[in-house]
Every structure is written in C-alpha cells, then in structure tokens.
Design a binder for this molecule. Structure first.
Ligand SMILES: [Zn+2]
Length: 77
C-alpha cells in the first residue's frame, strides 16, 4: 500500500499519468481508503479550476482564488 506522502507527490506531479498500471492502481486503492488524500485531491482540483477561471477572467473564480489564498494563509504551519 502506498503511503500518503507518495500518493500526494504522485497526484501533484505529472508522473502519475506516465506511471505504471500497478502504481496507478495503488493510488486509486489508497484514495478509496484515505479521506485525507481524497481531500487533498479535491483541493488540487479546486485550485486547478480556480486557476483556469482566473486565466479566463471569470470573476467568480477570481473570488474563489482569493478565498483559497486567505484560507491557506490562516493554516498553521
Ligand atoms: Zn493518504
């Protein structure tokens, strides 16, 4: 079973798309049982959507980016 730090590094990089079948299956299995990594993946997707909206000039997405930045600034280190 992959560990959380391995899964988060894979999903945040482009290595997952080129990874072997067993690695991709390992990530999927890990995500089925780990709510923390599922939450991380959901946050990455939200950031990606917001960044795309920001690039396209969508005001609602621009506000979403500002909310994310404020939330991240309030996170403990
Ligand atoms: Zn995990």
């Amino acid at each position: 079973m992959l560990r959380c730090n391995e899964v988060t590094r894979l999903v945040a990089s482009e290595r997952l798309q080129t990874a072997g079948l067993m690695t991709r299956l390992g990530v999927r299995m890990h995500l089925m049982v780990c709510r923390y990594c599922r939450r991380y993946v959901a946050q990455l997707r939200a950031i990606g959507r917001a960044a795309r909206g920001l690039a396209e000039g969508d005001p609602a997405q621009r506000e979403a980016v500002h909310r994310l930045i404020r939330a991240l600034q309030n996170q403990p280190d």
